[in-house]
Design a protein. Sequence first.
Length: 313
Amino acid sequence: MTTHIEVLTPREVPLGGPRAMRVRRTLPQRHRSLIGAWCFVDHYGPDEVDETGGMVLPAHPHTGLQTVSWLFDGELEHRDSVGSLATVRPGEVNLMTAGRGISHTEVSTPGTTVLHGAQLWVALPDASRHCDPHFEHFAPEPVRGPGWEARVFIGSAFGTSSPITTYSPLLGAEVMLATGASLDIEVDASFEHGVLLDVGLVEVEGQELKPSELGHLDPGRTTITVTAREEARLLLLGGPPFGEPIVMWWNFIGRDHDEIAAYREEWQQQITDDGDVVGDGRAVGDGRFGRVDLALAPIPAPEMPNVRLKQRR
């Protein structure tokens, strides 16, 4: 089989505002919006919290997706409008299903000195995207072999499985490799895959990947060979091609421009009083997105673009 690896390079963006922590975003890109149902990949750190201020994401809304938080270092406190309060720790996955609508906050904990991790989104298929919002946590046991260690946080691989709820077939795993180690990973041939390199230097099917690059592999293969030229850590993501058009704008996923505009309007109505954004998240009004029990002022939605939003595939 002819091997072709598409290498997606990151762009740096602020997370949550102009003074916010900078993150490296590899998905979506103009020419590729999804890898399976994975539709958003942010990679950040290692950041010295004393210098960057860490992560302070006040209440903001989501629809039609799942958020997947995976840390390499540091801790985050997660709160959401269905009452969840959880600490995100390295090697443990926190998954929030937005469904028909949720709001949440993520703030680095006072004891965190270095923050380093990935924030991922999964698009929900049309049949499930209006489900009730909910939250799940799972700490996968490591699986080890000669020169490698893996933690499967979504789906199945390396002879182990995650109980995390998904609404389409998915794979999410952290893999660590010693210098010189080569690993043949058995994968589902119906899946396309993405390999996000965190640290080190690897070759994926002979294609070099540098830190923060995301390598995309088409469906049709039963193994993926990864060789570490130096000690490395990566995330392996996968799923069958999503097959549904989506519209993704700001923190919302819908199916057309008007739906997204309606979500935005609902959020703005919940967070404003006499035209001004409330200064305390606990003062957010009733509605689709609920409220988070935290004093930080919620994040207002940006203005809609002057052109109609287009569907992505």
